[in-house]
Design a protein around this ligand. Sequence first.
Ligand code: 0A1
Ligand code: ZN
Length: 876
Amino acid sequence: MRTETPPTIRLQDYRPSDHLIDTVDLDIRLDRQASRMTAVLAVRPNPAGVPIAPLVLDGDELTLLSLRLDGEPLPAEAYTATPSGLTLHAPPQRPFRLTLETQVDPTANTKLMGLYRSSGVYCTQCEADGFRRITYFLDRPDILSVYTTRIEASRDEAPVLLGNGNPVETGEVPGTDRHYAIWQDPHPKPAYLFAIVGGRLGHVGRSFTTSEGRAVALGVYVEPGKEARAEYALDAVARSMAWDELVFGRAYDLDVFNVVAVSDFNMGAMENKGLNIFNDKYVLASPETATDADYANIEAIIAHEYFHNWSGNRVTCRDWFQLCLKEGLTVFRDQEFSSDMRSRAVHRIGEVRTLRARQFPEDAGPLAHPVRPKQYAEINNFYTATVYEKGAEIVRMLKALIGDSAFRKGMDRYFSDNDGTAATVEDFLQAFATETGRDLAHFAQWYERPGTPRIAVSGHYDATAKTYRLNIRQTRPGAGADAPPLVIPVALGLVGPDGPLDVTHERLRDGVFVLDEAEDGLTFENIAAPPVPSLFRDFSAPVRVEIALSDAERLTLLRHDTDAFNRWESAQRVALRIVIEGARSGSETLDGAAGLADALAAFVDQEALRDPAFAALMLALPSEGEVAGEIGANIDPDAIFSARRRLRQGIAARLRDRLVSVRDRLAEPAGASFSPDAASAGRRAFRNAALDLIAVADPEHGATLAREQIASATTMTDRLAGLATLSLIPGEAREAELAAFAALYTAEPLVLDKWFAIQAAIPEDDTIARIGRLQRHPAFSMTNPNRVRSLIGVFSLANPTQFNRPDGAGYALVAETVLALDKRNPQIAARLLTAFGSWRQLEPVRRVAAEGALRGIAGAGGLSRDVVDIAGRSLA
Ligand code: 0A1
Ligand code: ZN
């Protein structure tokens, strides 16, 4: 552990390695406390490197047992070995074999990086720099090697042994209780994609034949007894494979594809070559234990990791600054997959909500960074919403700018030109530039600048000339005066009082206007009456739009726009305006609330039965966090909460009767079998959004309905939604149902996570005390990332009034947890700490309290690099 300022790694300092490693032969003997690795590395000088250079291998908490060069032991003066590195001072200037023996303790590995044990299962996590915790290595993504792995373990402890690539041999170790398996991966890969698994696991499988005629054995491995809960994930693998062939022309390239679910995992999942390792939360699903949102997440994350096989593995990253090259692109691909599997409009709204909830605040605070960062102290802190979600938006904009068919051609070229290499963002853009003949250097600015651009739009209707002029101006907070403007695709149209106008303009291609100057505009001719502009349709760019439209104009879009996203957005904008003004004034009556409620009532009458999923989204008001982000400074979370609640009450009162009736009409027919498909999930989503609003209008009736729903629910979606509604109604019924729920699911940690999360989000003064009690609950554990995220993570992110209590008790709770966690698992500690990211935007009392908590952390001794980095940047 170090507390001094960690060294900064800069993109501009990138230099190819002086050595390459062509093959890695690993022999891993699994043992609970003393696992031994023998690695044979075929090293050679890199023709592109410095000729006479020492060989400096990375290590982290390693014990070196022995070292040989071409089979011969090395004299002590020839090398220096520490737990964090191995240097050969004068390696041969020719290819040579280095044989390294190391020992690690997987049971003591609480960081969950490298080789560790999760509920008795041996597993590995090597991205970004975990391989160096297994053996000394050139642990950087531009070192591509062919791996052969022999794994040996007690047959009783680990009957299943899995590795990267294809299985080549299994056998017994004579005279012992041990067995082994040998796996060979023919595709050269960076060390971060290495993985092994050993343990007692149940399994489901099937075969998939690729478009190239390869029969692939698919397997999903889970805790024994939970095999049935792996079927949905297995099906999602097969659907992902078929989709990537159809939409991107990408076929799978090994004979097996395995997914393993483990209970202790720092992130969602990992795309190791041929052996994806998952947080079990994103694999296991049954109607009784998983919600519709869980099913959707499983489908999306299975797809995400599978799609990495091409966008990440076959074409990987030259260095970690290029992380968005694989992550932004792969998120874009998984979003497209989910959109094809489900409702595209509903999915798009979900994507934008996530972006606004997570990326916009990041981009507006001290942790803001470009999609391709220029420097980092700890790479594990850069798996951010900016790299992932904004990175995906950049790919989406590129597609909008060049069109569908050029996009597909560019993708094909990217894959073929860069297959088997470690590439850069420039290589990605070059493929599209070559295909289209366009210069994308200007567009590339999106990767370089942090901050959410602001787009100011004004419209002017000339009644005499019958023209409508739109002026569009871009400004970017934080960008220097010399920064060139961004290239921004503005998908737009006009809507008249009675419906969308069929307008054309020479500057519009497929409805997209390209703004690549600081200010530009266009004039439409033959416009009979003042129109309402529908801007950034389908959220065509990750920007904030400022335009002076009246509520009435916005609600015209809600009624008439052809763009589903903007129909939803227009109601959201009206709600935002009302809540922001209500928070400022504190007044009981909210100007415009009745108009919004009327419009939503008309919408429900028209759409709720036709498209309940979309209607459910329409009923959800912007989150407190989103309102805070729009306000931007001097934020009082209590004022936002109460204004938002007043608006919800107004809407609920107006809609209540029709919500009761639509909710009944959408009820599951008795005896209907469960399906997680989008249509069924959409009906449940509307019914539950309705339940929530009914409870706002009439808590007593709401509580009765919620309890009925909990009692009769046949799905976790409905049971949990009933409990969530009830959780906001203080009283004995709530406590009784919470206790009953916990009793029902004592043996289901993933279900209890939902129970922790619901309680962590209760916006009441007592919640901190409740969390204290829950931390002592037998199912809670500070060593399991999912438990910590469910209780403390949800509190910090989804309970703005209590996290931001003016007395600082919320900050203190999270700060204590960060410090306690940091000793075991710095990655999780650092991620939790990012909750303080918006502290400067708070009103003074809270700002001082939050800063105090942050400074308390920063001043503590023995911190990890991960936490030092986040604390330091947050306070800078
Ligand atoms: N590449 C993975 C994300 C990931 C990153 C780091 C990890 O280390 C703990 C784990 C997973 C993805 O994009 O899914
Ligand atoms: Zn990814």
